[in-house]
Ligand binder design. Structure first.
Ligand code: MSP
Length: 600
């Protein structure tokens, strides 16, 4: 048995642990906009009930129809069929992983990756890592969108082939995601043979089902959007997204009969309101559908940088049909039916609000036309604005992840974009607020807590985790923190989830101030000192665990300093969040500050 907390007379009674905390956390400029219209209903309710629901579905070989039925039959929080007290027994043993498929948009290769692209991709990564902590089998997909007029023109302008241009730019996305430590399972490129084959198989099916017909199109087209507009869509005569003139075009092409899907889409969103999030965007989509849907053009003869229609190869596929189908290609549509059946329908399509209509209207209708199920959830977040404006090449206001990583590190980068604003409304990015948040949350609150607790444990307890802990107020708060974070992350509200963890960090710092272990130590009360530090070290373990999906490097380093084997990622929630997981006797390592302050 180890001493509770041994007093080493060689250790000086330094008071470095009594560092005062600057806490500008509540400075309003650090927070994203709060828009009550952005309410989010988690698909299936709270994380716990969502998770439980998932334990009960997608067993190997199980059909999705049943899942669908299960899902509609019972809403989260309602008592299950056998639940007298509202608790539903887990229908399957907990060692069967749930499957979870999440995607980002595939990014156009006419642009290089900027913080707007990275925003969606980091969010997808955080939800991926979070679900993996619960033992879920996650498939995280991102990639690049490489066909279309813009790419053809960009390549022509540079005197290279479209493929050469696509190869060069796609590689920059791959590199950026590697730099940001994105844990994607696949990176799809629409110029890959697997995609061409899958798109052609699907198109043939939709054509055979009678939902693709030939027609003449005359109208307005915005090249940067790769989209057609009506007069009503334009703002002051310009494209509503790019604020630039649109082209007038007359073409013979194939049309997708979207007009036939209005009622089915309305029925779908009525039966599955969680399928379009947040609520404000769902209302937008429903309003749009109710105005009446028009058939849309899905082929071109004027360009050849695309996938030829299998029944009429003079036409290439219109970019949205091609691009959207990447989500199905990647999980084996047309090549591996069993695999496809395991992963489809997708759980989350994460997108920016700019491509809402394509994902929430065109895409489910296309899937229905091809006999496939619509996505379980499309989640549209707002834009990251710079100086109040959307980033664009022409405005020269793009910010690149690499430049910020150089200043803030990978964890500092990832933390900022997840914590600074809610994933839903628009939010403004500013370098100054990034510095302020980094210093306040990471250097002061998180870093200082780790530093002072480890320092005190080394100085007062000989660098060994004591075998005593008070099991004081932090125990309950840690449990509440996990519950609040799980609930928020289930709604993709990363900022609130992280705020809950930072409340625990602040509470632990206050607990240290109140219980003053340095004074207990000075008074020679080794047991009381151990009680307090035992609790604080346990909180550090829980914090390392809960922050690991967002700041994987600092979390792993804190884990190591606590003498814990492996990495937080190897742990399993919810069990690992239970109080008391830090073994007494672990050898501590105080290390250098995890987040050195940044002077602006
Ligand atoms: N290629 C299409 C998507 C096809 S998906 C089947 C496309 N590509 S894009 O390169 O323009 O990327 C759009 C996505 O990038 C947005 O939906 C969003 O996820 C992300 N963002 C790009 N700029 C952004 C901001 N300024 N702010 C937040 N996210 C933005 O559209």
């Amino acid at each position: 048995m180890l001493d509770a907390c041994h007093h080493d007379p060689r250790v000086l009674d330094v008071d470095v642990e009594q560092v005062a905390f600057v806490d500008p956390e509540h400075a309003s400029h650090l927070h994203g906009h709060h828009d009550p219209a952005e309410r989010v209903d988690p698909p299936g309710g709270s994380h716990r009930s969502e998770h439980r629901r998932r334990w009960g579905r997608r067993r190997a070989g199980e059909r999705h129809d049943r899942d669908r039925n299960d899902r509609t039959a019972k809403k989260a929080g309602e008592p299950g069929p056998t639940g007298q007290n509202g608790r539903v027994p887990d229908p399957l043993p907990a060692d069967l992983p749930a499957r979870f498929y999440v995607t980002t948009p595939i990014y156009y290769v006419n642009d290089v990756p900027h913080i707007g692209h990275a925003y969606t991709t980091v969010a997808g990564d955080v939800i991926t890592r979070w679900r993996r902590l619960f033992g879920d089998e996650v498939h995280y997909l991102t990639g690049t969108d490489e066909h279309g007029l813009k790419v053809q023109r960009a390549a022509e302008a540079r005197g290279v082939t479209p493929q050469e241009w696509a190869d060069a730019t796609s590689a920059r996305f791959v590199d950026t995601w590697r730099e940001l430590q994105i844990a994607n399972d696949d990176f799809i490129r629409t110029t890959e043979p697997r995609h061409r084959a899958a798109v052609q198989a699907f198109l043939q099916r939709v054509y055979d089902n009678g939902y693709i017909v030939k027609g003449t199109y005359e109208g307005l087209y915005c090249v940067p959007c790769e989209a057609y507009y009506t007069d009503d869509d334009l703002v002051a005569g310009n494209c509503p997204i790019h604020d630039r003139p649109v082209d007038h075009v007359v073409e013979e092409n194939y049309f997708f009969k979207l007009s036939e899907f209005g009622q089915r889409l309305l029925d779908h969103y009525e039966a599955h309101p969680e399928a379009m999030q947040p609520e404000g965007r769902r209302n937008e989509v429903i309003g749009f559908i109710k105005q009446g849907l028009r058939d849309f053009s899905m082929s071109r003869t004027s360009i050849d940088w695309g996938i030829p229609l299998p029944w009429d190869p003079d036409h290439v596929t219109y970019v949205w049909f091609d691009a959207l189908f990447n989500y199905c290609t990647a999980v084996g549509y047309g090549s591996d039916p069993e695999r496809f059946d395991r992963w489809w329908p997708v759980d989350y399509h994460l997108i920016g609000k700019d491509i809402l209509r394509f994902h929430a209207i065109y895409w489910p209708a296309m899937l229905m036309a091809g006999g496939l199920e619509p996505p379980r959830c499309v989640f549209a977040h707002g834009w990251l604005l710079v100086g109040g404006e959307k980033m664009s090449k022409t405005k020269l206001n793009q910010i690149f992840p690499h430049d910020l990583i150089a200043d803030f590190g990978v964890d500092g980068y990832r933390y900022h974009f997840m914590a600074d604003q809610r994933f839903g409304p628009d939010g403004d990015f500013s370098y100054e607020s990034m510095v302020a948040r980094y210093n306040s949350d990471l250097a002061n609150n998180f870093g200082n807590l780790a530093n002072r607790v480890l320092n005190m444990a080394v100085n007062y307890c000989g660098g060994i985790v004591p075998d005593r802990r008070a099991d004081g107020p932090l125990r309950e708060q840690a449990a509440d923190t996990f519950a609040a974070q799980a609930d928020a992350f289930a709604r993709l509200d990363f900022a609130s989830g992280l705020a809950a963890v930072w409340d625990l960090i602040r509470a632990t710092n206050s607990y240290i101030e109140d219980s003053a272990p340095w004074a207990l130590h000075k008074a020679g009360d080794a047991d009381a000192t151990a009680d307090v530090l035992g609790d604080c070290l346990e909180v550090l373990r829980i914090i390392a665990l809960l922050t690991s999906p967002v700041i994987p490097n600092a979390a792993a380093e804190l884990w190591r300093r606590l003498g814990l084997p492996g990495r937080p990622d190897d742990q399993r929630l919810p069990a690992a969040s239970a109080w008391g997981g830090l073994p007494a006797g672990n050898v501590l390592d105080k290390g250098a500050p995890l987040f050195p302050r940044i002077e602006a």
